[in-house]
Design a protein around this ligand. Sequence first.
Ligand SMILES: [Ca+2]
Length: 450
Amino acid sequence: MADIHANATCGSQGPEMFCKLVEHVPGQPARNRPQCRVCNQKSIKPLEQHPIEYAIDGTNRWWQSPSIKNGMEYHQVTVTLDLKQVFQIAYVIIKAANSPRPGNWVLERSLDGVTYDPWQYYAITDTECLTRFNLNPRTGPPYYTRDDEVICTSFYSKIQPLENGEIHTSLINGRPSAEDPSPTLLNFTSARFIRLVFQRIRTLNADLMTLALNDPRDVDPIVTRRYYYSIKDISVGGMCICYGHAKACPLNEGTKKFSCECEHNTCGESCDRCCPGYQQQPWMAGTFLTRHVCEKCNCHGQADDCYFNQTVADLTLSLDATGQRRGGGVCVGCRHNTAGVNCENCSAGFYRPQGVSPEDPEPCRPCLCHPDGSTSQSCVSNDGQATPTMPAGSCPCKEGFEAKALTEAFSELQEQHGPAFPLLWSQTSRRVLGLEKTLSNAVLSMGLLS
Ligand SMILES: [Ca+2]
């Protein structure tokens, strides 16, 4: 599932001889000594191949770097792991194979594969923490005093064991907020890319003297051929980042990614935002103490989406789902000619008649303001703006005109035009207004002359 890459591998140019350090140490059993082997990436013999994929294949096969017989530059080797999605990494365990563990190196992490930050430094000696990495060494078994503390340790760079040594790096356990991760810890442990930047192979002290004084190519190859990196296994323990809003994170067979089963009205691959329509309060990460559930916006059933606006919250302009002026949800896409922060109003040219609820499926009706008698096509939009003389739906009349209810206008016109008039009464009042105009020339319904 993860991708792995190394910028150098033993035998990538063809057959290369290497020897195990363990067979050159006095006091070690002499069996098979001195036994050197060949690595060759192009070999037809599988045992001669040591590609970087073997570091994460779950078997005892291993990756191996070129020995420094090829040059001092092979102290610097980089291994990059791409987990394909961002996880919260709890620990990284690296197992060496047929060589000691790396000497000086940096464990790094990245979210984008471009910018890397150090997670931990490893040095051959405590002094080298200072001289190589400019960090005070953390002596003894590593511990952490801050959630994002980057330490340097020599604990895992010892020469023993000469083979199969392990490096355990904890990124969550042992840090102050491990039990209830703080935003700092969540941020510090987030990574998609993990990089092992090897800088110096661990050598025997006697060999170090020889190597320090000479170009390794001039040194007896029996010495330089024993110095290389080897990794049998890299285990990365992590979990999906669900920000405390999911109890499970199963593998999605379709996308081949782990996806949080988001709760608390949160959405997104990492439950990192409130779901559409649940933005009455800003999104917050859940903790063990507070769930921080995303609250539904109150759009009176007229919109499905909303966004949070701090100014709206500060001015208490938004109604929450319980009808309190609390939070900053602003409804988006109010339907049925509704408008307003909570879709509680009607848009211009429409009004909500007295007694009609904002939750009515069609709460807003068109204003029937006659163009000849009104100063505007907008009428009193709801009961909240109504006065005893100007109920909801009333039009602003021009000087010399007055508003009249349609039924009233109807009877007046009927009186004027005789019993034939009802035949002309059409289904919609708007059309009636047009007919009336042709009929009577002067007298109009909604803006009748006083
Ligand atoms: Ca392996």
